[in-house]
Design a protein around this ligand. Structure first.
Ligand SMILES: Nc1ncnc2c1ncn2[C@@H]1O[C@H](COP(=O)(O)OP(=O)(O)O)[C@@H](O)[C@H]1O
Ligand SMILES: [Mg+2]
Length: 374
């Protein structure tokens, strides 16, 4: 998800691994706590932290705090009005006094801008903050993935170039709201006009629409863990999403679909685990390794911890990648307890939340914590 696309590159006050090291000097490392915002994959993260022996701190709204009491995984719940309060110096001071390392997830990038995350969140954070810039901008993200040798859907600069089925994406759209499909310049203009007439799109947004080849196939979301401590990119889980309304459209006969106004919106409701054809795994593993390798050049030391590729696999088994998340995705919640690929690597009881905690534990044991808090 990307709502805010601020850029702080070159602004000079970006928080680095050195700053994290300085903050850690005041920490009691024996009482290290893992903290995150109460939403998205917090239960996954807290359970993993507890299983690796860490204390846990949940920053939650009053309304959702019941969830973190119902599943007793948070040692401390800090109530906030909303998640932007994470920027308050008083809350940051409190988190540091509790020896907290923050684990970023989708709600961090949804509520805070890239600039706020890289420059104003003065609490040690697991991951590479510099990569947030590459992730936040559609063009830079595509550039990164292409340079890593991945196959991306073709893009079209203007509607007149459309010569195949495309998906028209609005900048900053959430859950694919207002996205539509077109297969020629004239069908694009007709659909765009309809969208404007129905109030789903503003005339001025038409200029900013991103036209991308529609990859016809099934969605596959592989999740990886880039371990700085073990110097390895692990392949841990694969999921697909359960999206409303697009996953419901097939329940309506085609003749009736034409009569009623159904839109292929992609609001996430949940996730399913996938076990892939074994012959697809080598390519997916190579893709993860190459994305990390390219990231090492763009923003050393590359990806720290979890990341996920959003792909479509076609019937001739081409793998198109259309997005990356350089952090834990909620799809890894399917693996809480265990998942086939985590099992193959670690045996039972390994999943993304726990893998993060294990990395922090090993980094602490080896005196290398600043390396994973860049
Ligand atoms: N090039 C594409 N080909 C086929 N389906 C796509 C393509 N791009 C996006 N989609 C579908 O649209 C959904 C939302 O697109 P995405 O770019 O991930 O938007 P968001 O910013 O909301 O995450 C995806 O989950 C996928 O199902
Ligand atoms: Mg997406």
């Amino acid at each position: 998800m990307r709502c805010e696309r601020g850029s702080a590159r070159g602004s000079g006050n970006v928080i680095t691994s050195k700053d994290s090291a300085a903050m850690l000097e005041k920490y009691d490392l024996n009482k290290l706590a893992i903290g995150t915002l109460g939403s998205h994959s917090a239960l996954n993260i807290f359970k993993g932290a507890k299983e690796e022996g860490f204390r846990t701190v949940c920053i939650s709204t009053e309304k959702n705090a019941m969830l973190y009491k119902k599943f007793p995984l948070a040692d401390e719940i800090i109530i906030v009005k909303d998640f932007t309060e994470l920027l308050s110096p008083a809350l940051q001071e409190k988190l540091r006094s509790l020896n907290v390392i923050l684990i970023p997830h989708g709600s961090f990038t949804a509520y805070l801008s890239t600039e706020q995350l890289t420059s104003s969140l003065r609490v040690p954070m697991f991951g590479n903050r510099q990569l947030l810039h590459w992730e936040a901008n559609r063009e830079e993200q595509a550039d990164w993935l292409r340079k890593a040798g991945l196959l991306l859907p073709a893009t079209f600069k203007k509607p007149d170039e459309i010569d195949r089925l495309v998906i028209a994406k609005l900048p900053g759209a959430k859950g694919g709201k207002g996205y539509f499909l077109a297969n020629s310049p004239s069908s694009f203009r007709k659909k765009a006009k309809e969208m404007v007439d129905r109030g789903l799109l503003r005339e001025e947004d038409l200029e900013k629409i991103h036209l991308q080849e529609y990859a016809l196939g099934v969605n596959v979301y592989p999740s990886y863990f880039s371990s700085i401590i073990k110097d390895d990119v692990e392949f841990l889980a694969v999921d697909r999403r359960y999206e409303s309304a697009v996953d419901a459209i097939g329940k309506i006969p085609a003749s009736e679909q034409l009569e009623i106004d159904v839109n292929p919106t992609y609001t996430i409701v949940g996730n399913f685990p996938i076990v892939l054809r074994e012959s697809l795994l080598p390519e997916l593993i190579r893709m993860g390794e190459n994305v990390h390798k390219k990231a090492m050049e763009l923003a050393p030391p590359g990806i720290i911890g979890p990341f996920c590729l959003e792909t479509v696999i076609t019937d001739d088994l081409k793998i198109y990648t259309f997005e990356i998340s350089a952090r834990i995705v909620a799809g890894t919640n399917i693996g809480i307890g265990t998942s086939p690929y985590a099992y193959l690597r670690y045996g039972a009881d390994m999943y993304m939340g726990r893998r993060i905690a294990l990395e922090l534990k090993e980094a602490r044991e080896q005196g290398r914590l600043p390396e994973v808090l860049a």
